[in-house]
Every structure is written in C-alpha cells, then in structure tokens.
Design a protein. Sequence first.
Length: 178
Amino acid sequence: MTTAVKNDRLKKRFEKWDVNGNGRIEKSDYEAEARRIIAAFGEAAESPQARVLTNAFIVMFEYLAGKAGVGPDGSMTLEQFTEVVEAEVFASGDAGFSRVVEPTIRAIVGLCDTDGDGEVSHREFGKWLDAIGVEPSAAKASFEAIDTNGNGKLTVDELVRAVRDYHLGKLDVPLLGR
C-alpha cells in the first residue's frame, strides 16, 4: 500500500486519541485510551495489570512528546504526531516498534490474557477490539489474519507485527475502531 494509506491510518489514530477534539493529543488522551481498555475488561483501575497498562500508555506518550520537542506535559498537533511516529517508529523498523509500541501491546496482553497463558485467545481478542471500538463482526477475520502460526492464540510478537503491518498499510484488518 502507499504512504497515503499509512498517513491516513496515523490521522485516524490521532483523531481517535484526541478525545476532546481540540486538534492536539496530550498525555490525558493516552490515559483515556488505557481507561477505556481497562473498563472493557472490568478491571479495577488500581489493579497491577491496569497500572502497568496505564503506565505503558504514559511512557509511550512521554517518549513521543519528548522526541517531538513538546515535553511530557505538552501536546502534539497532528503534524507533530505524524512526524515523530514516522521518525521514531516507522523509520526505525522493527526496533522502533519494539521500543515504542511493544510495551503497550505487552501491557494490553497482560490485561486481556484472562487465562494467564501469555497469549490472547479469540474471545480475549474480541473483548480487546470491542474496547477500542472495532465492530465485533470484524474480530474473527482479524484474529485469523493475525494468527500467523495458526495455533488459535495470538502472541505479543504476532500482535506487534499486526499493528506494524496495519499502520504501514501491509495488513488490512480493522485495528483502530470508530
């Protein structure tokens, strides 16, 4: 796919996180995403898994905001967000995704892995997608596309690769929601 697809998906990501619609994303927007996911799983906000998830979102924001030059308490415009994600995540390839995105995905897996096997089942994945606003009808096809080893479970590596490929326009499954 083209750079236009990648940019469109980044714009959608930005708009989804811009909870108050002010054209900027702040740390509170990332925290709101964590709270939505935590609430969808019925997890107490003070549980260890919820704290790990919230912290992962905060660390991701602070890293990107620092690289964008706005600092941990600043806010990013769409242009700043797009530029910093391009430089820190996409241009760095797998290393960028591992550094910036993987800790958050790992924390989400820690929260939604209700059976404690370190992987995400179809049911757990469906709850995750529902938490981020993806239509439930899309969960089965998305799961099957991401489950590259066909074992009926999603690993952190499969999920990181799916998020990377989605944002690079190489995987066309719904991962952003409404």
